[in-house]
Design a protein around this ligand. Structure first.
Ligand SMILES: Nc1ncnc2c1ncn2[C@@H]1O[C@H](COP(=O)(O)OP(=O)(O)OP(=O)(O)O)[C@@H](O)[C@H]1O
Length: 676
């Protein structure tokens, strides 16, 4: 009750401070029609090919989320009517001033969710040089750059059925995602293209490109797991000389957090169809007793750089073979070649380097000194490699490690692949006819395909089968965008006000009893710098808002588990693998009580570190972007932590509405509108 009163007071105050400058929903934004960033790179291929464009009617459209959209629209309209009636009634009784009613009704009511109607993409575009940020596939499926471009979701499965899926996977999907689960567009495409087709199943390369929260993990996990299951009997028995683990599939992810979540999710699909999944980023603590003193010191130094440390994964000599290994490329390289594989002689210059100035990725990998432990991981059995968040893992910072890893797997399977350095400048021409053939299936996935990656794929993977969803490079339809303007005073205080306003709206919803809100919204805040994360975290904590601040250097990240994200990540529905921390004052018998953000953290503050791939809980229905996004790719990933899998969410972008610096904010606004 006390909280409710505070919430009401906050609502009244909000009326007078005008820092929200406009509300733009995905459904209503009529901003200038900017072309999405387009690459010219596909044009020649496109001109040579035949084209079918996919278009499917509402009834044909694969399910785009958990909740039936029709049902949702009806319930939202009803909710809005009830809310108006309740608030008006309260207003008549003198509880509210008419002034405070207006924003409460207008701002709380969510926009009706548009049905996904997939339309033909524009084909005759002109891309300018500065527009070349995103690659834009002209249609849903393109097979390489050669003779044929065939397309469409026509004929693609619109249900998870047996076949093509094994019954155990169908039941696991229903258990995890609900009985009526239907494939999203990218999953339909993957079921059509990635499942074994008789007679020949050569080594293929695929790109799965679709917007954030559209189910890419299932799109690649199902074909990989099913193929492993079907070929289980033909697995060669481990020989005494072979190295341990010997996975049949490797999934690469850019962060330990994502690797852990993906392996947990893969396990949740394997309740009936059993396979062994191991996460290289999970603690399994084997002490490194065989090291000498110098080696231990170096390893400790290495750990502090790499975010390893206590409880880190180590391979036991007699470890059983596994089916799927999930991890970051750096961690897996270390398991393949041995810890410290990338070390080199110390130079004078090294001694002067400040570790803080090292770039992420390979720079941080490169240590100095000669220490190196024995290689540990066998690779002869690898038949699938998935590169999740491929645009990060193949970007200039990471691509050398990723490509070296792919080359090592190839070499272990008897096929040498050169790893030539790529040009450092994005404008430099890539060598032609570099068709890289790997002796395994390669699946690349991403929600964003920058033009540089598209060019690399054209040059090195011309046979790549590209599967793209109709909403690639757009925000999820269920995500609303809103622009907030700084007041000109303390920015941290503006952010605090915005947070309190979200909770005031929640409290209102509880008061008017139109939504079954049992806890306050959780809020994810993205800053550009770690120092800003820490500063904001301290400020909010002082104001009684308990929060979790995570940067690449955070101690919590070194524990080999995702405990530091509990309560924020989406828990797995059918397993006990992840359990969010209970909210202190919400109980099953007292569901109307809202949670207390001064006791349980409802706010997480981070940098782009956690913007990639992580599946956050739907209770995170607000993302605040408090620093100007570095680019639209970064923005799409940050914003896409909410509004996932058809759930509603809102992204609030802060900027200056007047004076110096407001031009930038206007430009961001325009570019964001082009993504709606
Ligand atoms: N067919 C489906 N119906 C309903 N929910 C689904 C479906 N497929 C996946 N999901 C759920 O959608 C959420 C997002 O899926 P996932 O993390 O695979 O998205 P993504 O496309 O990989 O997103 P990102 O680009 O951010 O990594 C998950 O919670 C997943 O369980």
């Amino acid at each position: 009750m006390a909280y409710l009163l505070t919430a009401r007071r906050t609502c009244l105050r909000l009326r007078s401070h005008e820092f929200v400058s406009g509300l733009h929903s995905s459904a209503s934004a009529q901003g200038p029609k900017l072309r999405p960033r387009l690459a010219k790179s596909l044009k020649p291929a496109f001109n040579r090919g035949r084209l079918e464009v996919a278009r499917f009617d509402r009834d044909e459209a694969p399910h785009h989320g958990r909740q039936g959209e029709q049902e949702q629209e009806v319930s939202e309209a009803r909710m809005q009517r009830q809310r108006r009636a309740t608030l008006a009634e309260e207003g008549r009784k003198g509880k509210w001033s008419s002034e405070s009613l207006e924003p409460a009704i207008a701002q709380k009511a969510p926009e009706p969710i548009e049905r996904p109607v997939y339309k033909r993409k524009d084909l005759d575009y002109e891309a300018t040089a500065e527009d070349e940020e995103f690659y834009n596939p002209p249609t849903l499926v393109t097979t390489g750059g050669s003779t044929e471009i065939s397309a469409s979701l026509k004929g693609a499965p619109t249900r998870f059925n047996t076949p093509p899926l094994l019954p155990g996977f169908v039941s696991a999907l229903r258990e995890t995602l609900g009985q009526d689960v239907r494939p999203t567009p990218i999953q339909s495409l993957s079921m059509k293209w990635l499942f074994d087709k008789e007679p020949a199943f050569e080594w293929n390369q695929f790109l799965l490109a679709s917007e954030t929260g559209s189910g890419k993990s299932i799109a690649y996990l199902l074909p990989v797991l099913q193929h492993l299951k079907e070929t289980e009997g033909s697995k060669p028995p481990p020989t005494p000389s072979s190295r341990p683990l010997n996975p049949r599939a490797i999934i690469l992810a850019p962060t330990h957090e994502l690797a852990r979540q993906l392996s947990g999710f893969a396990k949740s699909l394997l309740h009936s169809e059993k396979l062994r999944v191991v996460c290289a980023s999970q603690a399994n603590t084997k002490s490194q007793t065989t090291r000498d003193a110098t080696a231990s010191q170096m390893a400790a130094q290495f750990d502090s750089l790499m975010g390893g440390g206590q409880g880190e994964f180590a391979v036991h000599k007699n470890a059983h073979p596994v089916d799927v290994l999930v991890g970051t490329p750096m961690k897996i390289m270390e398991m393949i070649r041995g810890r410290g594989w990338d070390r080199r002689e110390m130079t004078e210059e090294d001694a002067t380097l400040d570790p803080k100035t090292l770039r992420r990725g390979r720079d941080k990998m490169v240590g100095v000194g000669k220490w190196r432990s024995k290689p540990e991981l066998g690779l002869e059995n690898v038949q699938w490699v998935v590169v999740d968040e491929a645009d990060v893992l193949l970007d200039p910072d990471f691509q050398e490690v990723t490509r070296t890893l792919l080359a090592d797997i190839s070499a272990a399977r008897g096929h040498q692949v050169p790893v030539d350095p790529l040009p450092t400048s994005p404008t430099e021409k890539l060598p032609e006819n570099q068709d890289v053939e790997y002796p395994f299936h390669l699946v690349l996935t991403s929600a964003t395909i920058p033009s540089t990656l598209a060019r690399y794929l054209d040059a090195y993977h011309p046979r790549l089968i590209r599967l793209a969803s109709p909403r690639l490079h757009h925000l999820p339809k269920t995500l609303q965008t809103e622009y907030a303007s700084w007041t000109g005073g303390n920015k941290n205080a503006d952010i605090e006000k915005r947070i309190r306003r979200v909770w005031a709206e929640d409290a209102l919803a509880v008061a008017s009893a139109v939504t079954p809100v049992t806890s306050l919204s959780k809020i994810l805040i993205f800053c550009n710098k770690s120092s800003k994360v820490e500063d904001l975290s301290t400020f909010l904590a002082e104001k009684g808002i308990k929060n979790v601040a995570l940067t690449s250097a955070s101690e919590e990240r070194k524990r080999g588990s995702n405990k530091h994200l509990f309560g924020f990540l989406r828990p797995l529905r059918n397993s006990q693998l992840q359990k969010p921390a209970p909210l202190s004052n919400v109980t099953p018998t007292n569901p109307g009580v809202i949670s207390d953000p001064s006791k349980d953290p409802h706010v997480m503050i981070t940098t782009s570190l956690l913007s990639r791939g992580l599946d956050f809980d739907p209770s995170i229905n607000h993302v605040l972007i408090v620093d100007e996004p570095r680019n639209m790719i970064d923005f799409l990933h940050r914003a896409g932590r909410s509004g996932r899998a058809g759930q509603t969410g809102r992204v609030v972008i802060f900027g200056k509405s007047k004076g110096r610096g407001s031009d930038k904010a206007r430009e961001v606004k325009q570019r964001v509108r082009a993504l709606v």
